[in-house]
Structure formats: C-alpha cells, structure tokens
Design a protein around this ligand. Structure first.
Ligand SMILES: Cc1ncc(COP(=O)(O)O)c(C=O)c1O
Length: 481
C-alpha cells in the first residue's frame, strides 16, 4: 500500500471544523472528514521507508491519499450503499477518459467480461449475435475470465497463438482461426500492451464480427491507428464494440473490487445494463421510478398490457452492480490516471534500461508497433540459452523479497478446468500448436511497475537480476575451467 499525492481536497474534505454541541449534520460531517484527512496523512507519515532486502517489493498495490478515504467515508455517511450519485459521476468520468459514449460500472473485471460477452448473446442483435456453438476467437495466454464467459454461454473459444515479442495475439493466425460460426473476437491487451488493433479491427470488419477489448490491464494505454488515410491516437477501450476494466487493487486504478463495461453504441450499452441489472427491460437508476414515462403502458412478450415495466425481463441477467462506496474511491482515483500512467511508463523504462545489456539471457516484452502502453507489469522471458531457468530467477527474486508473477494462466488450455473438454476433444478449438503460448507459460515471469514503486525498488530489482546473471556466469566459467 502506498499513499501519495498532494494533501487535502477529497469529496467534502478540508472543510471547516464546527461539530460541537448543537452542530448541524453538515458541520459534523465536515469535522469527520477533516479528521479522516488528518488520519490518512499521519498514517502515511508513520509508514516505514523502503529497506533493500527487507521490505517486500510488491508486483502491484493500491496508491491513494486522503482523497480516496475522505470520499469513502463521505459515501458511508450518505449510507446509500448501492449504486448512487458517486457511481453516476464515475461512469461519466470513465467514459470521457476512455473516449466512449457509455460506461456501466460493475463489481469486478470478471463481471465486466461476463456482461460484455452476455451482451453479444442478446436476441436483439439478430443474426450477428453469439449463439450456443458459435465461435469466439481469443487467447490461451492470459487471464481465465477473458475466456470463461465464452464457455459459460455455451459458445466455443478458439485459441490462437501469441507473438512472443509482444505477448499479444499473433494476427497472422486470425484468418486460419475464422470459420462460418465465428461471431466475435475477445482479447486482452496483455499486461497493458495494446494488441495490433488495426489488424484485429480490419479482420473483424472483413467478417462482420464483434470485438470485445478486455482492457482490464491497460486503462490509459494508447494506440495510434493508421487504418486508411487517417492517423489517429486513442485510448484502448475505445476501439472495440465493447470494452472492459477491472478496478481490483493491482490495476491502473482501484475501487477495491470493481469493473466497468464501455460501449459507443447505445443499443449495446442498453443491453449491457440489462444483463448487469437482473436482465430487466427497465432502465431506471437505483431508487428511481418511471424514467421512461410509460411505466404502466408497455406490452412486451406475452405479458398483459400495462404490466409494471420495472419487473419486465428481456434477458436472463445477473446483479453485478458496483456500490457507491466503491465508486467514491474510483472518483478520486480517476483524477490520477494520467500521473499513474506516466509513472508506469517511467518505471518500465527504468527496468528495461537497467537490464538492456542482458539481452543474451532475458527477452523483455516489446510494445506493439503503434502502441504506447501504460504497462501493468514488466514481462521477461528467460531465453532457452540462458545458464539458468525461469524457476531459478523467480526463486532468487522471491528469496530477495521481490514479488513475481506468471503471465496469469500461461496456457489456459493446459489447466484442470479444461480436463473434461480436453479429454472429450470438444467445446473449444486450437489453431496451430500454441508454441509461443507454451513458451510464455514455461519461461516468462513479471515484476511490478506500479506507481507506488520508487527508484530504490526498481534499482534493487535490476541489481538482483544482474547478481543472478553474474553468479550464473561465474559458475559456468568455473565449470568450464
Ligand atoms: C486481463 C484481465 N481480465 C480480467 C481480469 C479480472 O478482473 P477482476 O479481478 O476484477 O475480476 C483480470 C484480473 O486481473 C485481468 O488481468
């Protein structure tokens, strides 16, 4: 956990004190929030500084100051508890940040992916929709809940390999993956590195496929499109028909648990809201009635005329809403996204430069051409010729208190969740041999670049990697002599 940023200025924070006997609720609230502000500042000041070799260097973490905590306490004093005024503001702010017309908050990135894929199954989309047995092109190298909703809806994930340089989809494999039953492409921007959006978008346009960008690890990444005559730089999440965010603490901003679904198209947004909110046809906000003005004048399905629109269901939905407590934290975080992104880019560059001369043993992930990643992590693949294994590197770093992570599932198809389908040979399709995916599963790992890391932590990681390489080289020389 890291506390940064300028002091003061959270929602209702910094207010004047005045909560004595006979004080109004407003005055007491101001006093509470002023105290919260003091508490967070004092707690940050009391925190132990980084000690090389003793302090754990996390792969990720929350970065916040009193603004988040003041907002959170403010939201709890409101005691609205479900989605409310903070959520409405956060949806507008995130839509503007990503560069889309619509944003719906949900309770996790996995829920966002579930809502996005569910949206594509809606009968309202006619023949283009994803039906049972239809295919969705995706990756096995990544996070499981990019893929899980495809399986959960009875659709067939079709796995293509990655380009080992970028750890993103190998776009050369897309045409081979296409079949008459392909309806959508659902891909994550791996560890913040945008995939080749021009190639993927062109493929989707050519075959009239939906594109879902799993942007859970890439909020704030940019991509310059050079399709046609137009050269245009936009944030990831604004290219696909739908896109998703995760606000789980390690991500680019946090609400604790949380996520979002983005769309430009109003119909897709309305369907996404329906799936998020119990599958209902009604689109009133929490606590509101009769937004449509004809609540008792609809005739839908085989219901009698005038049946309450509030309880009319057009989809088999869920309840995946975010609460205002979470949204209040996000509202303070969203202001910091640009600074967070700058720090992530800076930290990545420092690690990359620090081991640039070790290219004979380490391959560092490369940005996709045209991409300006807001990196989620620093992904390194141990070269086959290196005199040590990935396991040795990871053991060395962990022993020296540097947290490491694998590229999530590595190759999802090799996990126990696929045992039954693998044995039966049904329910999914693999294009080619996923050799590069397996390579990442066997030889890649990543360490953090999150904004809470300082130069001391970054240089310590570089130093540990260099020591490991020097020790292995010494061992090799001794064995040779
Ligand atoms: C690419 C990707 N998609 C989806 C998710 C799921 O997000 P959540 O943990 O909020 O459910 C993650 C989680 O880290 C992720 O990395």
């Amino acid at each position: 956990m890291t506390v940064t940023g300028k002091r003061g200025g959270g929602e209702g924070g910094g207010g004047k004190r005045g909560g004595g006997e006979g004080a109004t609720p407003r005055e007491i609230r101001a006093e509470i929030l002023a105290l919260v502000e003091r508490y967070v500042a004092a707690e940050a000041d009391a925190r132990a500084p980084f000690e090389p070799g003793r302090s754990v260097i996390r792969y990720a973490g929350r970065v916040y100051d009193e603004r988040e905590v003041v907002n959170l306490v403010g939201a709890s004093l409101d005691f609205w508890l479900t989605e409310g005024r903070y959520a409405a503001r956060l949806e507008r702010r995130l839509a503007a940040y990503v560069g889309v017309d619509h944003c719906r908050l949900v309770n996790s990135g996995s829920s966002a992916n579930l809502v996005a894929l569910s949206t594509l199954t809606s009968p309202r989309l006619g023949d283009r929709r994803v039906r049972r047995g239809d295919e969705v092109i995706t990756l096995a190298a990544g996070f499981p809940t990019t893929v899980a909703p495809i399986v959960q809806h009875g659709a067939v994930p079709v796995f293509v390999d990655v380009d080992p340089r970028t750890a993103n989809v190998d776009v050369a494999a897309l045409e081979e993956a296409y079949s008459e039953r392909t309806r959508a492409v659902m891909l994550a921007h791996t560890l913040g590195n945008p995939f080749d959006l021009d190639a993927v978008m062109a493929f989707c346009r050519r075959h009239e496929l939906y594109l879902v960008e799993d942007n859970c690890d890439a909020l704030g990444s940019r991509y310059t499109s050079r399709a046609g005559d137009l050269v245009e730089t936009r944030r990831t999440g604004s290219f696909g028909d739908l896109a998703t965010s995760s606000f789980y603490p390690p991500h680019h901003m946090t609400t604790g648990e949380g996520g979002a679904v983005y769309a430009n198209d109003e119909e897709l947004d309305t369907i996404a809201a329906s799936f998020r909110d119990w599958g209902r046809d009604c689109y009133c906000k929490s606590g509101k009635d009769n937004t449509c003005g004809i609540r008792f004048e609809h005739q839908l399905g085989e219901l009698p005329f005038g049946y309450d629109h509030k309880y009319t269901y057009s989809h088999f939905g869920y309840n995946l809403k975010m609460t205002d407590l979470q949204a209040s934290v996000g509202l303070a975080q969203v202001d910091k996204l640009d600074d967070f992104g700058d720090a992530r880019r800076r930290n990545f560059a420092r690690l990359r430069d620090g081991i640039a001369d070790l290219a004979d043993v380490f391959d560092v992930v490369q940005p996709t051409p045209g991409a300006d990643p807001s990196w989620f992590g620093f992904l390194v693949t141990v070269r086959p010729s290196a005199p040590f294994s990935r396991a040795e590197v990871v053991a060395h770093l962990e022993a020296h208190r540097v947290q490491t992570r694998m590229l999530f599932a590595g190759n999802l198809v090799r996990h126990p969740c696929f045992d039954e389908m693998r044995a039966a040979g049904t329910g999914y399709r693999v294009v080619g041999d996923l050799r590069a995916t397996d390579q990442l599963m066997e030889r890649a790992f990543w360490v953090g670049v999150y904004p809470g890391m300082g130069e001391g932590q970054l240089d310590y990681i570089v130093d540990q990697l260099r020591r490991l390489v020097a020790t292995a080289a010494g061992r090799r020389d001794r064995n040779a002599s």
